[in-house]
Design a protein around this ligand. Structure first.
Ligand code: FAD
Ligand code: TPP
Ligand code: MG
Length: 375
């Protein structure tokens, strides 16, 4: 039986990883996932859409995998001897080049949609069906054990990469988006329901806002639809009126649906909007920087004055140009009874690191230049 074969592979593995996806949230399996990880001592990495399904502050949590995932996660994926994929579909942003993806690892794939099994990555053991049911069967079937040498290896990888951490990122007096997201996480104690749009700000949020709770991040992953965040946040606030809702959006995407500020004003909906305003369609600019010799075609972006735009709707508008101003602006936005908009004027040509270029081996990451110079 498949569960027994999966348990056999898990018990015998020395370098296993759990890949937690959106299906963990869909099947309400976060608690079971925690039990499974703790019993087996296996570290957990999440897809973008799986963030929050396993607490970011848990010692076995590694963070996000893939194109803009943590460097230690992508390296661990390539060194793993077993991947346990739970409700995730091996998107190309996760695997990079398929031919070089985790070639040393056997794969267990728990998935409700049969057409996803063996679609991108061949499964050694398929566990079809609802993940909740699968985990209920798998947890008693596996042996409790620790995996200290493997965790030690990942800690060593992480040690190197943690120099990328936001704390050690010099800002040169500029406002850096990673700092904005890090500070927002700290100031809201990681408890906000964050709704992001699509682009660089979405990735910085995924990297620096640590989600401990399921369904505390709503983001457009697969279709990646700019303009998603503000309307989705309005829906989220209707559904969960007690939650503190933050929109994290780019200057480009915000302009696609900023008319929904009227809905906020008219319906008296309270959300907080953090515009990560870099003056560019930043994610496209980043690709032009890395892969097209900085030919910035159609990416420099003109915007209205977002503070005045908010005020024109009768809403609170604030501007932040220095890191020292973040805390006060966030406090003012939170205290405001209606929707508040903060225009964060961040460094224009910053990029999201690390980056695995499309269709590349996960180990071939572009790292933040400052860190490479130091090494
Ligand atoms: C600019 C940008 C950059 C991105 N970079 C990254 C990145 O670096 N890393 C990353 O991970 N993603 C990234 N993404 C997101 C990526 O495109 C995918 O959306 C994401 O990886 C998909 O995650 P998923 O497979 O967990 O979710 P989904 O695509 O929602 O798939 C979930 C899977 O779970 C299954 N499932 C659902 N319910 C159940 C259930 N009850 N039981 C069992 N299975 C179930 C579904 O059938 C499906 O196959 C990026 C997106 C954008 C726009
Ligand atoms: C509707 C739509 N059009 C185009 C794209 C392609 N695209 C992805 S990210 C991006 C740039 C987003 O710019 P901005 O909203 O300013 O966010 P930033 O990347 O600067 O944080 C574009 C154009 C998209 N995802 N959705
Ligand atoms: Mg932008």
């Amino acid at each position: 039986m498949a569960i027994r074969r999966a348990a056999g592979l898990i018990d015998a593995s020395e370098r296993p990883l759990i890949l937690a996806g959106h299906g963990v949230l869909k099947s309400e399996s976060s608690e079971l996932l925690r039990q499974f990880a703790e019993k087996t001592g296996i570290p957990v990495t999440s897809t973008l859409l799986g963030l929050g399904g396993f607490p970011a502050s848990h010692p076995l949590s590694l963070g996000m995998m893939g194109m803009h995932g943590e460097a230690w996660v992508n390296t661990s994926l390539q060194e793993a001897d077993l991947l346990i994929a739970l409700g995730m579909r091996f998107d190309d942003r996760v695997t990079g080049k398929l031919q070089t993806f985790a070639v040393n690892a056997r794969k267990i794939h728990a998935e409700i949609d049969p057409s996803e099994i063996n679609k991108n990555v061949r499964a050694d053991v398929a566990l079809p069906g609802d993940l909740r049911r699968t985990l209920e069967q798998l947890i008693p079937a596996v042996r409790a054990r620790g995996r200290e040498p493997w965790l030690e290896r990942i800690r060593a990888l992480r040690g190197d990469s943690e120099r990328r951490d936001v704390q050690s990122l010099p800002d040169g007096g500029k406002l850096l988006a990673p700092h904005v997201l890090h500070d927002l996480w700290r100031l809201t104690e990681g408890k906000a329901l964050v709704v992001t749009d699509v682009g660089q700000h979405q990735m910085w949020e995924a990297q620096y806002y640590k989600h401990d709770q399921p369904r505390s991040l709503i983001t457009s992953g697969g279709l990646g639809t700019m303009g998603f965040a503000l309307p989705a946040a309005i829906g989220a606030k209707f559904a969960r009126p007690e939650d503190e809702v933050w929109v994290v959006v780019g200057d480009g995407g915000f302009q696609m649906t900023s008319c929904e500020l009227t809905t906020c004003a008219q319906e008296g909906i309270k959300v907080n909007v953090a515009i990560i305003n870099n003056g560019y369609l930043g994610m496209v600019r980043q690709w032009q920087e890395f892969f097209y010799n900085r030919r910035y075609v159609a990416t420099p972006l003109r915007s209205p004055d977002f503070v005045e735009l908010a005020r024109a709707h009768g809403l609170c508008g604030l501007r932040v140009t220095r890191r020292s101003e973040i805390a006060e602006a966030v406090a003012r936005a939170r205290a405001e009874p209606g929707t508040a908009v903060i225009d964060f004027r961040v460094e224009q040509e910053d990029s999201v690191y690390p980056m695995v270029p499309a269709n590349t081996d996960l180990r071939d990451m572009i790292r933040r230049p400052h860190f490479e110079e130091d090494e």
